[in-house]
Design a protein around this ligand. Structure first.
Ligand code: DHB
Length: 534
C-alpha cells in the first residue's frame, strides 16, 4: 500500500497501475487521456513531490483504461520539473511550467515528474533532498513506469528525457548515468525497483546548470569583463570590490587550465579545442564565438524571412533599431530570490541601465552570415553578468548549490576547494578576506561529500571508465542571453559527448534567456528523426 496524506491527492493505492484502470480521465481540451497524481514509490518521504502524471493522445488508450496495440510504438517524453535544485511538483495541463501541449499534439506520450530537492525534509524534519536525491527520484520514477509497462501505453525503449536548468542537469544525468550501480544505495533508500532499468533513449537538455565544481571559474572566464552584477539583494547593480576583481581574474585564469585539461576536439575538424593564456584566443574561444555567431545568423535569417514574432529587418536589428528586451522567465521557485533562492533572470529596472546604448557594432552581418567575435563586447553590450563572484559555491555559503550539497549537520555547505586555494593566493593583498573565507572552502577531507559531488556531475560519466547504459542521442539548447551559467558550460558538454562518439545536436538560440530556448517544432523533428534512425 502506498502512504497517504489527506492534503496530497494520490490516485494509486498500490504500485500496480493495472489497479488504476478506472482512474484514467479524458481531457477534451487537450484531446488526451490523463492518469494524474501517481505516487511512484512506496517509500515516499515527501509525497507531494514524489508523484507523476501521464498524458496520452486519444488514439493510444481504450476507454476501459488499457493501452492500444499501436501505442507500443509511441515514444514517451519524460519531462522532469526540477528547478533551482529545489523540490518540485509534477505539472498539470495548462499549469505553470507545463510544456505538454506540443508533444501531445504531435502524438507523443507525455509524463511530467516531480522530485525532492535541496530543502526537502521528511515528517520528522530531517533533510532528505540533498544531492543526488533529485536525480535518484527521477530514476526511481522511470523504474516504476517500466515496472508498469504492461498497464501503460508507449514504447519503453524510446524514453526521451527533457528538462531545463536544474532540470536540464537532471536530463543530462539521466542520459549519461543510466543503470549505473554507484547510485544503488540511494535507489534502494528511495524505494526504487532494483530489477528495472532507469536508462533513457535520448536526452533533450535545455540550459543545463552542470559541472558545478568548475562553474565559478567558467563564469568569471565568460562574464569577467563586467564588474557589476544584477544579483543584489538591494535590487541594484552591485559593483565588485577590488578583492572580488582579483578573485575573478584568478578563477578565469584557472579555467584556462581546466579547459585545456579536458583535451577536447573540434567536433568537425578534430582540431584541439584549447585556450591560450589570455583566455580570449585559442580554438576553444573561437568555437564558442562561432556558436554564438551561428545563433545570430539563424535569428537574422528568420527575421528577414518574416518567420519570427518580432518586426523589423535583420539590418534594422543590427543597427540597433529594434530594441531587445529580456522576456520574463517562466514562473516557479527557480526565480525566487532570498537566501538559498535562485536569482531571477528577469531584467530588473536598474539592470536596464546597464544595457548600454551601443548600436550593435559588436555584431557583423553581411546579409547571409552574422559574426560575433569579441566575447567581452558581447557581454558588456548585450548580455551582461547576472551573478556575483562567486556565484555557485558562494563566498557567503548561501547559494542554491551550497544548499544542494548540504548535510544533516549543515544545511548549506561549500563544495569547491579550489576557491579556497585561490583566496589563499590573494592573502598578501587581501588578508582580511583570506582569513574570512579561505579555510571554509577546505572540504577535501569529506569523502561522502566528494562522492555526492561526483554523482551530480555528468561530465564525470562521459568518456569515463563508468558502467552506464547511456542514452544514444542528445540535443542541447541554450539561450544566447542566458547568464545563469557560462555559455561555455553547455558547449563543453556537447563537445565532450561528441568526442565520445554520441550524435549531439547542439545550438545556442539567439536572444533567448534562461528557459526552454528553442524554435517551435524543432524538438519534435529531432525526436522523429532519432526514432526513425534507431
Ligand atoms: C537554476 C538556476 C540557477 O541560476 C542555478 O544556479 C541553479 C538552478 C534553475 O533555474 O533551475
Amino acid at each position: 500500500m502506498v502512504p497517504m496524506q489527506d492534503d496530497v491527492p494520490v490516485a494509486n493505492r498500490t504500485m500496480e497501475l493495472s489497479d488504476c484502470r478506472d482512474k484514467w480521465s479524458f481531457s477534451e481540451t487537450y484531446d488526451c487521456w490523463c492518469l494524474k497524481d501517481i505516487l511512484y514509490t512506496e517509500k515516499a518521504d515527501v509525497p507531494a513531490f514524489q508523484r507523476l502524471s501521464v498524458f496520452v493522445p486519444r488514439a493510444y488508450m481504450h476507454p476501459d483504461g488499457t493501452p492500444t496495440e499501436e501505442s507500443r510504438k509511441v515514444p514517451i517524453v519524460f519531462e522532469n520539473n526540477s528547478a533551482g535544485y529545489m523540490q518540485m511538483p509534477h505539472t498539470w495541463l495548462g499549469g505553470p511550467r507545463c510544456y505538454a501541449e506540443p508533444y501531445l499534439k504531435d502524438g507523443l506520450i507525455y509524463v511530467t515528474c516531480g522530485c525532492r530537492g535541496r530543502e526537502s525534509r521528511n515528517a520528522e524534519g530531517k533533510p532528505v533532498g540533498k544531492a543526488p536525491v533529485s536525480l535518484v527520484d527521477l530514476k526511481t520514477a522511470i523504474r516504476f513506469l517500466r515496472h508498469n509497462r504492461a498497464a501503460l501505453p508507449g514504447n519503453f525503449d524510446r524514453i526521451i528525457s527533457v528538462g531545463w536548468s536544474a532540470g536540464g542537469a537532471m536530463s543530462t544525468l539521466l542520459g549519461v548515468t543510466g543503470d549505473n550501480s554507484r547510485y544503488n544505495s540511494y535507489l534502494e533508500a528511495a524505494g526504487a525497483y532494483m530489477d528495472e532499468s532507469d536508462a533513457v533513449f535520448a536526452s533533450q537538455i535545455y540550459c543545463p546548470i552542470i559541472d558545478l565544481e568548475h562553474a565559478d571559474m567558467a563564469y568569471e572566464w565568460c562574464f569577467g569583463a563586467d564588474k557589476t552584477c544584477e544579483d543584489s539583494h538591494a535590487g541594484r547593480a552591485e559593483t565588485m570590490t577590488p578583492f572580488k576583481e582579483a578573485l575573478s581574474r584568478e578563477l578565469a585564469s584557472r579555467y584556462v587550465t581546466y579547459v585545456n585539461s579536458l583535451c577536447l576536439k573540434h567536433p568537425v575538424t578534430g582540431e584541439a579545442l584549447t585556450l591560450h593564456a589570455d583566455g580570449r584566443s585559442g580554438a576553444f574561444y573561437d568555437y564558442l564565438m562561432a556558436c554564438i555567431s551561428h545563433a545570430a545568423t539563424e535569428y537574422l535569417t528568420r527575421l528577414d524571412a518574416g518567420s519570427l514574432p518580432e518586426n523589423g529587418s535583420a539590418e534594422d536589428y543590427v543597427k540597433g533599431c529594434c530594441t531587445y528586451k529580456v522576456p520574463a522567465p517562466a514562473p516557479g521557485p527557480a526565480h525566487q530570490a532570498g537566501p538559498g533562492g535562485v536569482p531571477s533572470s528577469e531584467m530588473k529596472p536598474a539592470m536596464a541601465e546597464r544595457q548600454g546604448t551601443d548600436k550593435r557594432s559588436w555584431l557583423a552581418w553581411d546579409g547571409k552570415k552574422a559574426a560575433v567575435t569579441d566575447l567581452d563586447a558581447y557581454v558588456l553590450h548585450h548580455r551582461r553578468r547576472m551573478k556575483p563572484c562567486t556565484s555557485f559555491d558562494k563566498l557567503e555559503n548561501d547559494s542554491a548549490e551550497n544548499q544542494l550539497f548540504g548535510s544533516p549537520q549543515h544545511d548549506f555547505m561549500h563544495f569547491n576547494a579550489e576557491i579556497g586555494r585561490v583566496v589563499k593566493t590573494l592573502q598578501d593583498a587581501f588578508p582580511a578576506e583570506a582569513e574570512k573565507y579561505a579555510d571554509a572552502f577546505d572540504v577535501s577531507g569529506d569523502a561522502e561529500l566528494a562522492e555526492r559531488i561526483y554523482l551530480t556531475n555528468p561530465m564525470d560519466f562521459i568518456a569515463a571508465d563508468e558502467q552506464s547504459r547511456q542514452a544514444r542521442y542528445y540535443r542541447i539548447r541554450v539561450g544566447a542571453c542566458d547568464a545563469d551559467t557560462s555559455l561555455s558550460i553547455a558547449m563543453t558538454l556537447a563537445v565532450r559527448l561528441q568526442n565520445a562518439g554520441f550524435p549531439v545536436d547542439y545550438a545556442l538560440v539567439w536572444d533567448q534567456p534562461h528557459c526552454e530556448a528553442d524554435y517551435p517544432g524543432q524538438v519534435l523533428s529531432w525526436i522523429h528523426a532519432i526514432c526513425a534512425e534507431a
